[in-house]
Design a binder for this molecule. Sequence first.
Ligand code: SDX
Length: 439
Amino acid sequence: MTDVPAATEDKNQSLTVRDNRTGSEYDVPIVDGAIQAADLGKIRTDEDTPGIAVYDPGFVNTASCRSAVTFIDGEKGILEYRGYPIEQLAEKSNFLEVNYLLIHGELPTKEQYDNWVHEITYHTFVHENVKTFMQGFRYDAHPMGMLMASVGALSTFYPDARNISDPDNRHMQIVRMIAKMPTLGAWSFRHAQGKPYIYPDNELGYTANFLSMLFKMSEKKFEADERLVKALDVLFILHADHEQNCSTNAVRSVGSSQVDPYSAVAAGVGALYGPLHGGANEAVLRMLRRIGSKENIPSFIEGVKNGNEKLMGFGHRVYKNYDPRARIIKKSAEDVFEVTGTNPLLDIALELEKIALEDDYFVSRKLYPNVDFYSGLIYEAFQFPPEMFTVLFAIGRTPGWLAQWLELVQDKEQKIARPKQIYTGDRQLEFVPASERWK
Ligand code: SDX
C-alpha cells in the first residue's frame, strides 16, 4: 500500500493562487507533482457560492488515485510492473509469475509460485450453468459481449464475493477470475465458430490450456507449438496492466461502490471493448484489410489528414514516444510468423508504419504505433477472427484490473467515484401538463 505523504511545509512546494474576484490569496501545497482538488474547492467568493472545481474531460490531467502497481514514463517510453521493466519481464518471466507480481506486489518464492499455479490450474472450470447461459447467445454474438456478460454472471455464482473486506475471500475471487477468464474467452470463440466447448485440461500450462480450449477438435490431447505458446504468453504479459487506462478506470470507478470484483471487472471488459481502447487491435485489422494493398496507403493517409480516417493502432494518451510494448511485440511477430508463415497484411502494416513515422502530420502529433498496432497481426497469424482480438487483450489485462481493484479496496483515501459537472441546461421551467400542451 502506498503511504499518503504529509503536505510539505516547504513554501517553495506550493502555488500561491490569487483570486482576482476577491483579491484573496491562497497557498496550495504541491505534493508528488499534484495539488489537491479539495484545496481549490476552498477558493470561493462567498459562503453561498461553490468553490472552484477542475474541468477535465477524459481526466487528461487528473490523478484519480495513488498506485504502486505500474509506472509509465510516456516521454521516455518506459513501462514497469511493480518496478520491473517490461522488457525484462517479457524476456525472462511468464504470465502467471507476472500475475503473482502484480497482485502480491513482489516476485514469488518457488513455493509461493507452485501454490499459485496449482490454485489457478484447479479453478479453470466454471459452473455448468455458465455454459448453458453462454449457449443462449445468438450464433453471431460478438465474443466481447459474451465475455462481459459471462464475467458479470459469475457474480451470481459466487455471492460471497460481495464480502470485499475479507482478504481470504478477495484472494479466492482473484484466483477464480484469473483462472476462468481463458475458459470464458475460449468458449466465446467456440460459440462463434459453432464448435463444441472444450473443457480445461489441467495437465497443460495456463496459456497452452487456453489454446487447447480454443483449437482442440477430435484429437486426444491438444499439442500446441511451444513457439506459439511462448509468443502468446509474452503478449499476455505485455497487456497485463497499464496504470489508469480507460478500462482500469472503469474497474476502479465501479469498484468504488464496493460492489463485488466480478461486477467491477465486467465493467472493465465493457470499457476495453471500445475501438479507441482495447477494440483498437480489431480495428487495426479491419483498417489494413480496407487499405488492401501498399498502393492504397497514400490515399488512406490523406484520408487521415482530412479527418475522415483514424490511423488505428497509432497514438496514445501517455506514450508520446514509441510504445515499449510495440517494440517487443514486433519481435514476437517474427517468432510467430516463423511458425505460421508471414501475414500479407504485415507488409501493408510495415509500409504504413514507415510512412507515418516520417510524415510530419503524425510526428508533430507524436503519433507512434501502440501495443494494438502489431498485436492484431499476430492474432491474425494465429487465425483468430478479429472479433477475438480484444478477448485476448482482456485475458492479459485481468491481473492488472484485479491488482488495481485490490489496491482500491484497501486504499483509505478512496471514496465512491462521483465527479462534479458544469451544468449547461435550463433552470426553473414551469411544467405544463400534456393535457394542456397538446390542446
Ligand atoms: C490502448 O490508456 C492506455 O493505457 C490504453 C492502452 C492500455 O494498455 O490500456 O495502452 C491500450 O487503448 C492503446 C490505444 C489504442 N487505440 C487506438 O489505437 C485508436 C487510435 N488512437 C486514438 O484514437 C488516440 O490516439 C487515443 C484514443 C489512443 C488517444 O487519444 P487522446 O490522448 O485523447 O489524443 P487526442 O485524441 O486528443 O489526439 C491528439 C491529436 C488530435 O489531433 P487534433 O484534433 O489536435 O488535430 O492527435 C490526433 C487527434 O485527432 N490523433 C490521431 C490519432 N490519434 C490521435 N489522428 C489520426 N489517427 C490517430 N490514431
